[in-house]
Design a protein around this ligand. Structure first.
Ligand SMILES: Cc1cc2nc3c(=O)[nH]c(=O)nc-3n(C[C@H](O)[C@H](O)[C@H](O)COP(=O)(O)OP(=O)(O)OC[C@H]3O[C@@H](n4cnc5c(N)ncnc54)[C@H](O)[C@@H]3O)c2cc1C
Length: 402
């Protein structure tokens, strides 16, 4: 494999390359930088070098793989609070459809420890088989061992497609795995389809600030990897009652986990949920979201109060996140979270396309806005035209007394 190129006559031993390397792959020996095994040619050291003494080797196209030796669709079954994350069920729903269309199998891959009946649950939501990697060292998510275990399984079983939720975990794990497998990854997809002629996965995602939808394929590499936004695909109903489609079927295959897969440079000392994230937006069935129409951070407290009274989560438009009224974790939209609650109450939100992109999957949308022409009313099931602060005070008051 090629490596970073050093021009000794230009290097003055400043060590910028050492501190700039995100993989700790550069060390100094006898005053010269040495590029270790962890180097993946990202080029950060070359960019950081003030004297231009390091050069990244020219990229050479890897030969295309034999696509016929890869088949089936895998879904990474991320676990959250002891249950499959909702996006996993959504991916199984879409994966089932694609598998049925193309005559492939749908498999889930479950990594962790003490996983109980979760494999059966994944089968009940459509998986034909669950690959189970269970080990105490995998009890808590860490990128390195999870990526190593998944890479070993992929190399052994050769899936054609590997799907992840575009969650914090999926967004961290999938790129690491794609780099290890030397394959492509389409991040943040909002749609998946199959090209029947080539068998390639057609991956759709917004690009250029949401102004166009890009269609991306991975024609020469396998597996085809994608992260998919939570809330955009529909899960299947759990279907394992006697006589139902998924009852009495599916198998669980335990993966062998050798010790070398479990090495990691990180340790998880504990887990503290961010206070503002006590209700997970992507899984919430009720969301009350506030926008700039509330006028001030003080008034935004009414949104939190109503959400609390309804047992819902608090969402926000980007405008109020930019104002600093609430943290980014609450932003809904194209550059925030995608949500699909049963009830979405939009308070003083105009309904810009970038906001709508994140909440159009809601079953019932209630919009409160003083401008009857506001675009949010086009997406709304029910609309209230009036001053949002007055209306929220009234609602909160009634819920407290009623
Ligand atoms: C690349 C890109 C990505 C983006 N990503 C996102 C994203 O992820 N999420 C997002 O939300 N935005 C996003 N935006 C920003 C988006 O375009 C809008 O600017 C933003 O959503 C506006 O927020 P808002 O509706 O709260 O504010 P405004 O557009 O200012 O709307 C405020 C609304 O409140 C109403 N109002 C005012 N006073 C009152 C009152 N007293 N009572 C009732 N109603 C009142 C007004 O009529 C108006 O409709 C993005 C923009 C770009 C360019």
């Amino acid at each position: 494999m090629s490596s970073m190129k050093l021009f000794p006559d230009k290097c003055d031993g400043c060590e910028e390359c050492v501190s700039s390397c995100p993989y700790n792959a550069v060390t100094m020996r006898d005053g010269w930088p040495v590029f270790g095994d962890a180097c993946n040619l990202c080029g950060a050291c070359a960019e950081a070098c003030p004297s231009g003494a390091i050069e990244r080797p020219a990229a050479t196209a890897s030969p295309a793989v034999d696509k016929t030796s890869y088949r089936d669709i895998w879904v990474f079954a991320e676990i959250r609070d002891g249950r499959p994350a909702r996006v996993v069920l959504e991916l199984l729903g879409e994966g089932r459809k694609l598998a049925d269309q193309t005559g492939q199998n749908l498999y889930a891959v479950l990594v962790g420890y003490g996983l109980g009946t979760l494999p059966e649950e994944l089968i009940a939501y459509g998986a034909d088989r669950v690959f189970l990697a269970e080990h105490p060292a995998l009890a808590v998510f860490r990128d390195e061992p999870y990526a190593a275990v998944l890479a070993a399984a992929v190399n052994q079983y050769r899936p054609s497609i590997l799907l992840f939720g575009a969650t914090a975990t999926g967004r961290s794990l999938a790129p690491r795995l794609a780099a290890r497998l030397r394959t492509g990854l389409t991040a943040d997809c909002t749609g998946l389809d199959m090209d029947r002629d080539s068998g390639d996965l057609v991956q759709t995602r917004p690009a250029f600030g949401g102004n166009i939808m890009a269609t991306i394929i991975t024609p020469g590499r396998r597996p085809q990897m994608a992260t998919v936004r939570p809330g955009v695909l529909k899960p299947l109903q759990r279907d394992d009652h006697p006589g139902a489609r998924f009852s009495g079927r599916g198998e669980v295959v335990r993966l062998t986990i050798s010790d070398d897969l479990l090495t990691a440079r990180t340790m998880v000392l504990g887990f503290t949920a961010e206070e503002t994230e006590t209700v997970n937006l992507e899984e919430a069935s009720i969301i009350v979201a506030g926008g700039r129409g509330l006028g001030s951070a003080g008034n935004f407290a009414l949104v939190k109060e109503l959400a609390g009274l309804l047992g819902g989560a608090v969402g926000a438009s980007r405008a109020v996140v930019d104002e600093g009224w609430i943290s980014y974790a609450h932003q809904i939209g194209q550059t925030g979270k995608t949500v699909a609650p049963r009830l979405y109450i939009a308070c003083g939100i105009s309904g810009a396309v970038q906001h709508l992109a994140g909440m159009q999957g809601a079953e019932i949308i209630v919009a409160i806005n003083k401008n009857s022409e506001a675009p949010i009313f086009k997406a709304a099931t029910f609309g209230l035209v009036g001053d949002v602060v007055q209306i929220l005070k009234e609602l909160v008051g009634q819920l407290k007394t009623g």
